[in-house]
Design a protein around this ligand. Structure first.
Ligand SMILES: Nc1ncnc2c1ncn2[C@@H]1O[C@H](COP(=O)(O)OP(=O)(O)O)[C@@H](O)[C@H]1O
Ligand SMILES: [Mg+2]
Length: 233
């Protein structure tokens, strides 16, 4: 069994008047799919925002170790530089921009300030292929469904050379067919060595993709369990 790629130790996060996380410990093994499960308001999203630098170092207590290294992210860009990419529950794509523009927003393929469109489109097409999309990269994001938008978010994560992909309730707005496609992709990315954390409270989903699950209740981690593959039990 692989060792831990991520350790979050005794994380405490307080907002004015609310203790969102009072003591959370999370250990994620290299290469696994780790589910986080818990009721609304339990602190799941806050924990992932602490991990990804949305809530920067200094705004919480506790320690984060990624690949054995102590991390003190000051913002999202800092966590992305380490290969940690979060896809938020409320998708962050710009609807009136194209798929390609969204994928490379802030990281454009440019030489001397000029965007290289041939390279942008070639790279976007390659990333879309990796997530199973055949849409033209110049399609506007507003013109594709929410299931495809979720896949574009993953393509964007892949463009950032993701090592740890965090998905916050990724199937909440998807129908069953789109949910299945997304879960299959998470399993495919696992084969490619990408570790994932998926927030979900759907047990069928957790059974399908997760190797282990951590349960969070009222800002505390309750326990971490191995998920047995129903096919082998
Ligand atoms: N930016 C914020 N400001 C104030 N309170 C917040 C903020 N983000 C989350 N909270 C509070 O922290 C608690 C945990 O929220 P959250 O992490 O979103 O839960 P979950 O994702 O498990 O549903 C809730 O009580 C929520 O209202
Ligand atoms: Mg949440």
């Amino acid at each position: 069994m692989a060792g831990p790629v991520l350790e979050m130790r005794s994380i405490v996060k307080t907002f004015p008047g609310v203790k969102a996380l009072s003591d959370v410990t999370l250990t994620v093994r290299q290469g696994e799919v780790h589910a986080i499960c818990g009721e609304n308001g339990a602190g799941k999203s806050t924990l992932m925002k602490v991990l990804s630098g949305v809530h920067p170092h200094g705004s919480y207590e506790g320690e984060i170790l990624f690949e054995g290294e102590l991390c003190r992210f000051k913002d999202i860009r800092a966590s992305e530089q380490h290969g940690i990419v979060i896809i938020h529950q409320e998708l962050a794509l710009v609807p009136f921009l194209s798929i390609a523009e969204n994928i490379f927003l802030g990281n454009e393929h440019a030489t001397r300030g000029l965007i290289n469109w041939n390279e942008t489109l070639r790279h976007a097409t390659e990333l879309l292929r990796r997530v199973g999309l055949t849409d033209h990269p110049e399609t506007r994001v507003a013109d594709i469904g929410v299931g495809k938008q979720q896949l574009v978010e993953i393509a964007k994560a892949l463009s950032k050379k993701v090592k740890l992909l965090i998905l916050d309730e990724p199937t909440a707005a998807l129908n069953d067919e789109d949910s299945d496609k997304l879960l299959d992709l998470i399993l495919e990315l696992k084969k490619q060595g990408i570790t994932s954390i998926i927030i979900s409270h759907k047990l069928n989903e957790i059974r399908k993709v997760a190797d282990s699950v951590t349960i969070i209740r009222d800002g505390q981690s309750i326990e971490t369990l191995d998920v047995k593959d129903p096919a082998t039990t």
